[in-house]
Design a protein around this ligand. Structure first.
Ligand code: DX5
Ligand code: ZN
Length: 217
């Protein structure tokens, strides 16, 4: 099933509550929440207090939390207790990825893993059977509004082939530079969870959400 996850990083924070509701009411499946610590990535975004507020604004929305944070499991209890759906951690951000994914699962959250553009798909081999979703970054993590890195298509195809060969069924999510212009190609390559920030929350949130969903569903 194809799922749309508008990324809050591009939201107009002056109208956060309205914008979140608009995206959800227009049919978005997840709200993608980018947590950044200024260490794993050069940018700082938001953390548990803001996620709590999002949960209050759209209680029924499934929160897809993308941890761009060094040693992400430090924040697991605090964030899991808010009631989130997915927690995605970066392979590059921890020395104990398996333990971290197990801890996420034990906290009642779907464990998901991500790799940045320079990390090969083969680096995921040991954890593919532990995750509910793999997030392939199609830009260098840290900022919205960047262009999609073309070589990500090869990584998607490689991951789809591995999933098939191993008889697994995790979701494949893509994050960074997805627009109405490349959406169909991304879906055709085998991605089923689409993150989009500037292409959704940049301007007409309702119209953009519906346009994405029309192509996806
Ligand atoms: C970037 C974040 C993304 C970002 C995507 O590091 O992980 O979720 O919001 O923004 P767009 O869709 O504008 O590339
Ligand atoms: Zn993200």
């Amino acid at each position: 099933m194809n799922l749309l996850a508008p990324s809050m990083l591009s939201i107009d924070f002056g109208h956060m509550e309205d914008e979140l509701r608009t995206a959800i009411n227009a049919g978005a499946d997840y709200i993608h929440v980018d947590v950044m610590d200024g260490m794993f990535v050069p940018n700082i975004s938001f953390g548990p207090p803001v996620i709590k507020y999002v949960k209050k604004a759209v209680p029924d929305a499934k929160l897809d939390v993308h941890m761009m944070v060094q040693d992400p499991v430090r924040y697991l209890d605090k964030i899991a207790s808010i009631g989130i759906y997915n927690m995605t951690i970066h392979l590059e951000a921890t020395d104990h990825i398996k333990e971290d994914l197990e801890a996420i699962k034990a906290a009642g959250v779907r464990p998901c893993v991500s790799i940045s553009p320079d990390t090969p798909v083969s680096a995921l081999d040991d954890v593919l059977d532990m995750v509910d979703m793999v997030l392939l970054m199609s830009v260098y993590p840290g900022f919205g509004g960047q262009s999609f890195i073309e070589s990500t298509f090869d990584k998607i195809k490689e991951l789809v082939a591995k999933r098939e060969a191993r008889g697994l069924n995790f979701d494949i999510e893509i994050d960074g530079g997805v627009t109405l212009d490349n959406l169909q190609r991304v879906l055709d390559a085998g991605v089923n969870v689409i993150v989009a920030g500037s292409a959704i929350f940049g301007a007409e949130t309702e119209k953009n959400t519906k346009e994405f969903l029309r192509i996806m569903k």
